[in-house]
Write a protein that binds this ligand. Structure first.
Ligand SMILES: Cc1cc2nc3c(=O)[nH]c(=O)nc-3n(C[C@H](O)[C@H](O)[C@H](O)COP(=O)(O)OP(=O)(O)OC[C@H]3O[C@@H](n4cnc5c(N)ncnc54)[C@H](O)[C@@H]3O)c2cc1C
Ligand SMILES: NC(=O)c1ccc[n+]([C@@H]2O[C@H](COP(=O)([O-])OP(=O)(O)OC[C@H]3O[C@@H](n4cnc5c(N)ncnc54)[C@H](O)[C@@H]3O)[C@@H](O)[C@H]2O)c1
Length: 473
């Protein structure tokens, strides 16, 4: 007779030990809950292994190559630039492995008995069945199972030639040629970076708009930036089949053609990981994509004792939101039924192209006004030879309160933070213009957009501020 597998019980069970799950478990434990954290691998997070960090490491290498290649602009002859592909990819993996190891070490610091190495699925509204046969009974459950790359037909027939964010960082060498399908953040970042490292890159999207950019001026500037290194085809359907080189890629729609490439990066989105969770057993109401309906301010699914956190919630699949989701879900799961609503951050996304592409808040609101600035001839940008880019600010009339921004600009990630913080705090264009602007800086580029907003609303330009422009600013 086989021994019965034990039943584990806790206040809060967290399914998935990525950024969101780790934050949820930490938050629930801090709030006094007895927790269990369940994951089949505990390899560290998506961010460290296959996401934010390795992608930024490739981008850092591309930036180094680009800076050397354009040194001639400043009268510096750097000689012939040679990229050692295996060395580039080795550094990516070595640094990536270090980030992942540090993440795993921090997971090992979680007190004993909390980590359960298993795959979980629901067997009831408050119970989980683990794949090792054990059962978990919990007063509340947080689902933090993340997202996974989509691999639609015909790319699923390409075998190892089709790459995703799971496999591209394992390449031993830079491919000679690569098609990138999808111009979302993954496609844009990696298309530009691999192209700047010497890969011949062709980028495709079925949409006419790259990166879901809202402002046509910013989109035009993004196209100019990407097209400088990459062959771009928007508004096309892409077909692909294996060939001797790797893949034959054909496209039609807004133009047509055919190429042969060594690799195809499939970056067409990352749906939430919900398969195999047996959500129906939890009795949750789901949307048309199968994602449980939930309140973003509490992360609770209806009136149930189940919470979502991170990419699986399919709200804003970004790292800072995954960790905020986790903190909110963990605290509320430990406090059931007394859930507390949390005001969420203004939407804020940075795509790390060079220059970076940033989207903040909303573009439209009743009576929204816009202010633009171009970086084509902005003083400091020109000094640095980085004079390209556009900025559009959105503000609510009549008070000029900033509500959003789209920009692609040098130092865009820093401009983006200034704007996101101002928008989060409900500041107006006038209030920002009342702040000191150092000279000569990229930040001075904000001034003309802010002034346009003041001019198109009944609000005043600050009375005690100069309205002129410093040399080139
Ligand atoms: C290439 C790339 C670059 C990115 N760059 C950025 C960036 O620069 N900035 C940014 O803000 N965001 C970036 N992101 C997004 C960011 O990485 C994610 O939003 C974030 O990592 C999601 O965290 P998560 O906790 O939801 O998921 P994950 O970290 O994937 O965690 C999910 C966990 O759930 C576990 N799991 C799954 N199913 C089960 C189950 N049944 N039982 C138990 N456990 C299970 C998995 O093993 C995994 O450990 C990037 C993403 C990618 C792919
Ligand atoms: N810097 C960052 O913050 C960063 C970087 C990388 C990834 N991410 C996160 O990862 C998520 C996933 O990124 P992603 O770029 O894979 O997805 P995405 O959903 O943002 O973009 C997918 C793109 O693929 C296109 N597409 C879909 N199907 C297609 C097809 N069959 N043929 C051609 N084009 C097709 C879509 O029109 C879209 O432009 C993002 O939503 C983002 O949250 C963030």
């Amino acid at each position: 007779m086989s021994a019965e597998k034990p039943v584990l019980s806790c206040d809060v069970a967290v399914v998935g030990a990525g950024t969101a799950g780790l934050a949820a478990e930490r938050s629930a434990r801090k709030n006094g809950a007895k927790t269990l954290l369940i994951d089949p691998e505990f390899i560290g997070t998506l961010c460290a292994n296959y996401g934010c960090m390795p992608s930024k490491l490739v981008i850092a290498a591309a930036k180094a190559r680009h800076e050397v290649a354009r040194a001639g602009l400043f009268g510096i002859d750097a000689g012939e630039v040679r990229v050692d592909g295996p060395a580039v990819m080795n550094r990516v993996r070595e640094e990536r492995d270090r980030f992942a190891r540090l993440t795993r070490e921090s997971i090992e610091d979680i007190p004993k008995g909390i980590r359960i190495r298993a795959k979980a699925r629901f067997s009831g509204s408050n119970t989980l069945a683990l794949d090792d046969g054990r059962t978990v009974e919990a007063k509340a459950i947080v689902i933090a199972t993340g997202s996974a790359p989509a691999m639609p037909t015909p790319f699923d027939k390409l075998g190892a030639c089709a790459l995703t964010n799971r496999t591209i960082f394992e390449l031993e060498d830079l491919p000679k040629s690569m098609a990138v399908v999808g111009s979302g953040p993954i496609g844009l970042e990696l298309a530009q970076a691999f192209a700047r490292l010497g890969t011949k890159v062709t980028l495709f999207d079925q949409s006419q708009r790259m990166g879901k950019v809202r402002c046509p001026k910013v989109h035009a500037a993004l196209c100019a930036v990407i097209e400088a290194d990459v062959d771009v085809h928007l508004g096309v359907e892409v077909d692909a089949s294996p060939c001797e080189v790797g893949a034959r890629v054909a496209w039609s729609g807004n133009g047509s053609g055919e190429i042969e490439v060594e690799k195809v990066l499939v970056a067409v989105g990352r749906p939430p990981v919900l398969d195999g969770l047996d959500l129906e057993k939890a009795g949750l109401e789901c949307d048309e994509h199968g994602v449980p309906l939930h309140d973003r301010e509490t992360m609770r699914c209806g009136g149930s004792s189940v919470f979502l956190a991170g990419d699986v919630a399919a709200d804003v699949p970004l790292l800072h939101e995954a960790s905020h989701d986790g903190a909110i879900a963990g605290r509320n799961a430990s406090a059931l039924p007394a859930t507390i609503s949390t005001e969420r951050y203004v939407n804020f996304a940075i795509t790390f192209t060079e220059p970076p592409l940033v989207s903040i808040g909303s573009a439209e609101e009743d009576g929204a006004v816009t202010g633009n600035a171009s970086f084509d001839d902005q003083g400091r940008a020109r000094v640095e030879g980085r004079n390209e880019g556009e900025l559009t600010l959105y503000a609510a009339a009549p008070d000029g309160r900033l509500i959003g921004a789209d920009l692609i600009a040098p130092a865009g990630e820093h401009l983006g933070h200034i704007l996101a913080w101002a928008i989060q705090q409900g500041q107006t264009a006038t209030q920002l213009l009342e702040m000191p602007f150092y000279h000569p800086t990229i930040e001075e580029g904000l001034k003309s957009a802010l002034r346009t907003i003041c001019a198109s609303t009944p609000i005043e330009l600050p009375a005690d501020q100069d309205t002129g422009t410093p040399s080139g600013g």
